[in-house]
Design a protein around this ligand. Sequence first.
Ligand code: MF3
Ligand code: CO
Ligand code: CO
Length: 282
Amino acid sequence: MPGRLSPHRQVPRHIPYPEYVGKAEPTLSGIDVYDEEAIDRIRESGRIAAAAIDAVGDAIRPGITTDELDRIGHEFLIANDAYPSTLGYRGFPKSLCSSINEVVCHGIPDDTVLLDGDIINIDITAFTNGMHGDSNRTFLVGEVEPDVVALVERTQEALRRGIKAAAVGRQVNVIGRAIESYAKRFGYGVVRDFTGHGVGEAFHSGLVIPHYDSPHFTNVIEPGMVFTIEPMLTLGSTEWDLWDDDWTVTTKDKSMTAQFEHTIVVREDGPEILTLSERQAS
Ligand code: MF3
Ligand code: CO
Ligand code: CO
C-alpha cells in the first residue's frame, strides 16, 4: 500500500545537476562506448552509488521507514558531491527506489515501515563528474521465509551469470539467455518489460539489455561498451500492475520478487563491474 511522502529533499547548488532535472524528460540520449578516462569517471560514480547502498543497507531493520532510508541515501550522496540521479528524473520524487516484497521496481520511499520477514530492494544511481553509475541490491529484513531467501540469493547469482556472459563480439541477447536459463531451473518468472540499459553520460542511453532469451536484441557488444544488467525474478508470474503513483510496479499475482543490478564495462579481456564499493571490492 502506498504511504505518505516527506517534503522534497534539496541538493546543494554546488553539486552539478543532471540536465533533465526540472524538465518533463531527458533531452540527452548519449553514447554507449567510452574511453578509459570516461570509464574512470563512471567507476567513480558507481563506487559512490555502491557505498550509498552499503550505508542504507546498514540501516535496514524492522521498524525503519523507507523515507528514513531515502534520507540516509540522499545525505550520503550529497556528502560525496554526487547528485541522486532519480531525484527529478521524469518526475520521480525521491533519491532512491525502495521496492518491498511484491514490488518489482521503482517503489517510492514514504512512511511505510519495514516488517520482519520483508525483502527490500534499494536502487541508487549517483551522478558526478558528468557520469551516472547505477546499482541495486535486495536486502532481507529480519527473519525471511527460506523460499524467499533462495529467490534473493539466486537473483544475485543470475546477475553474476549475466555479467559473465557479456563478451566483446557477442550480441547483447547472450546476457538474457544466461539469466533466463538459470532462473528457469527453479521455475522463477523472469520480468520482461523492465530491462538493463546503456548508462554513463545519460541515465538511460536507449540501449536495451533484456534479461530473457530473445533473438530480437542483436546489438553487438563493443570494447568499452557500458551498460547495466538488472534482472528481476519472481516466485510467480511476470505480469505486472502499476500503482496510481505511475511509478510503483508490482507483480500482478502479488508474488515476491527480487532484483540485483550492476553497471559494467566490457573489454576484450572481459567484463568489469563499475559499481563496487570499497567494502565489496575487498
Ligand atoms: N535506477 C533504475 C534503473 O535501474 C531507474 C530508476 S528511474 C526512477 O534503471 F525514476 F524510477 F527512479
Ligand atoms: Co538501471
Ligand atoms: Co538502478
